[in-house]
Design a protein around this ligand. Structure first.
Ligand SMILES: [Zn+2]
Length: 456
């Protein structure tokens, strides 16, 4: 009998199916909740707007600030603007990362905020958070900081001191020695291993280029002053240098202000600024003598005094630096060597382009990132090419500066040329920051040697 009465079972069957379906739905929801971390997100993800909050939303330019971002949902990508250069997680160097995956809804990070650029009015930017099809933005405003890490003012102060106290720095002259002692004192005060190397003209063996002396070789030693800041990577060094001698065409009035008091002064500003910043690589600051007679000081150091087992990862050359943007004068950033088909150091070249145009916001008509293809480089970077070091050479206005190698190459004439001290400092500021970014990025990046060639 019972076998013939199946009808009552149908509702029961339906009921059990319903339970199974309900359990399955719950299981899917629970699974989604576990995987997605949020039950609601399963239903809301296509419609609910993403939210991004930045704290603080206003930060001083040229200084380091710790930020906190909060987002409504984790798992998306935070896109950092070039206005921020974040510090690496281990705190030892600045990271050039622009995209960060947020694994949690809040994230704190420390970043160097690019200096404010009031003349261009671009002091507002956005952080963007992207998840799937949706994105959210948060504004960031930079203001004028009061204690920037590196500054055109510091660069200027060094140059004013150098040109007024040691104006006649031709190699072998009294001011060459006195300026060297002053520079060594600065390195020592920053806590660096400092040394003044004495080279004789007759010490030169071989030579890096067939360089004809443009002025007679004076008596006395060629001095090279070095200051070394040790990093955890001590077998690949970064070197920052400028020549502190001058051409001394006129023994009574010349200051060698632009050539190359300027490069020396910027190098000293970096020595001050970088003393407080943890860097991965050992960095050496150098003031070269004997440049005007044919790159003698840098050649002697490169030939004789690179410590055994050390390779020079990167050299930043500063010679006639600072008469440039935002003044209507050209900022040349010459990347070299480039002796083969294609770009010899594509990673470095791309990095310098990005930092110059995106990081600094320099316009392409006044900021010229270019390759150097001639070994007749006429400055100390050429010495480094012979130990396979990629180099960047900052040089400002060349062709229209009328005081090159004349007694009128003075700080006063530099100011006059750009229309006043404020304009000169503005140009110094851009140059100082551009080099700062390159040095920090090279310190953080292990790919700079990529594409290197054996150039001899
Ligand atoms: Zn020079």
């Amino acid at each position: 009998m019972d076998d013939q009465a199946p009808t009552p079972r149908r509702p029961m069957l339906r009921s059990r199916r319903g339970v199974i379906v309900a359990v399955a739905i719950v299981a899917v929801v629970v699974l989604a909740a576990v995987l997605g971390g949020n039950v609601g997100s399963l239903f809301r993800s296509q419609s609910k707007p993403l939210r991004l909050h930045l704290e603080p939303a206003v930060a001083p330019g040229g200084e380091v600030t710790t930020f906190t971002v909060s987002v409504s949902e984790a798992g998306g990508t935070l896109v950092l603007p070039w206005m921020l250069l974040p510090k690496d997680d281990n705190g030892t160097y600045f990271d050039i990362t622009r995209n960060v995956t947020l694994v949690e809804r809040t994230w704190s990070f420390t970043a160097l905020v690019m200096p404010a650029r009031n003349e261009t009015g671009t002091n507002m930017t956005n952080l963007t958070y992207v998840k799937g099809e949706r994105n959210a933005t948060a504004p960031l405003e930079r203001t004028n900081g009061t204690s920037p890490l590196v500054s055109g003012q510091g660069f200027y102060d060094n140059l004013a001191y150098l040109t007024s106290n040691y104006p006649h720095r031709q190699t072998g002259r009294r001011d060459h020695y006195a300026a060297a002692a002053w520079i060594e004192g600065i390195f020592t005060a920053q806590g660096y291993e400092s040394e003044t190397h004495h080279y004789r003209w007759s010490d030169r063996i071989g030579g890096v280029v067939g360089f004809r002396p443009i002025v007679p070789r004076p008596l006395g030693d060629i001095l090279v002053v070095t200051g070394i800041k040790r990093g955890e990577v001590d077998d690949e060094w970064i070197v920052i240098g400028g020549h502190f001698d001058d051409a001394a065409n006129d023994r009574s009035t010349g200051e060698g202000a632009y050539d190359d008091g300027a490069g020396t002064s910027l190098m000293l500003e970096y020595a001050r600024a970088l003393s407080d910043i943890p860097l991965r690589h050992t960095v050496m600051f150098a003031a070269w003598g004997g440049e005007e007679e044919g790159l003698y000081g840098s050649d002697r150091w490169v030939t004789n005094d690179v410590p055994p087992g050390v390779s020079i990862k990167f050299y930043l050359n500063l010679d006639m630096t600072g008469i440039s943007y935002p003044n209507p004068s050209t900022f040349h950033s010459w990347v070299g060597p480039d002796m083969t088909e294609g770009i010899d150091h594509p990673v470095l070249f791309g990095l310098v382009e990005n930092l110059t145009y995106e990081g600094m916001g320099m316009p392409r008509d006044l900021g010229k990132v270019e390759l150097i293809e001639s070994d007749f480089g006429r400055s100390d970077h050429v010495s480094f090419w012979h130990i396979d070091t990629p180099t960047v050479f900052f040089i400002g206005e060349l062709d229209t500066y009328p005081y090159y190698h004349t007694p009128d190459d003075t700080l006063a004439k530099m100011e006059e040329f750009v229309g006043g001290k404020e304009n000169l400092i503005a140009g110094f500021d851009v140059a100082a920051w551009n080099g700062m970014l390159i040095v920090l990025a090279v310190d953080a990046d292990d790919q700079i040697h990529q594409g290197e060639v054996d150039y001899q």
